[in-house]
Ligand binder design. Structure first.
Ligand code: PRP
Ligand code: MN
Ligand code: MG
Length: 175
């Protein structure tokens, strides 16, 4: 099966935006250590690039979650598949995601993590697809790009687990 993929955001555009985002975050948290939480698997590529652009004392942890329920429509119920290795109490936490779609994953995660008493908790996403938002209460502090409701792959985003490694952000064309 050959999917036709159109470039939506080039490698250069993405790199430039991530560099800018790293500078904004570095300035917002100036003088404080920052604890990044990468949400597996999609968040991995963005987290690595963003972390290299943040000039703060930085620590990293990883979490893996999955939505219950079959089909393409998310059930809204989220299960922790792999929890954090380190406590977050008293830390400035920044959750890093590849995309916010319905908002189900993040609204659940933020509630769970807030109970662990971080000093602060904010959200940084590479892509936001606001047209699909169900959980309106999810506030995203840092968004690199807002994208339309299309099937997006690359830079961590998969289609059936494929295409995460594309160095650009693409759209699968309907054939
Ligand atoms: C995708 C994406 C986000 C989430 C966004 O992850 O990486 O984590 O869905 O959707 P939502 O806002 O509707 O919750 P997915 O569950 O496909 O896992 P993956 O990161 O391993 O691909
Ligand atoms: Mn994900
Ligand atoms: Mg996925």
């Amino acid at each position: 099966m050959n999917d036709k993929i159109r470039v939506l955001l080039s490698e250069e555009e993405v790199a430039k935006r991530i560099k800018e985002m790293g500078e904004v975050i570095s300035s917002d948290y100036e003088g404080r250590p920052l604890h990044l939480i990468c949400i597996l698997k999609g968040g991995v590529f963005f987290t690595c690039e963003l972390a290299k652009r943040i000039s703060l004392p930085l620590t990293l942890d990883f979490m893996s979650v999955s939505s219950y329920g079959a089909g393409t429509v998310s059930s809204g119920i989220v299960k922790i598949v792999k929890d954090l290795d380190e406590p977050i109490e008293g830390k400035d936490v920044l959750i890093v995601e590849d995309i916010i779609d319905s908002g189900n994953t993040l609204s659940y995660l933020i509630e769970v993590l807030k109970q662990r008493n971080p000093r602060s908790i904010e959200l940084c996403t590479l892509l936001d697809k606001p047209e699909r938002r169900v959980k309106k209460q999810v506030t995203v502090k840092y968004t690199c790009f807002t994208v339309p409701d299309q099937f997006i792959v690359g830079y961590g985003l998969d289609y059936d687990q494929k295409y995460r490694n594309l160095p650009y952000i693409g759209v699968i064309e309907q054939q």
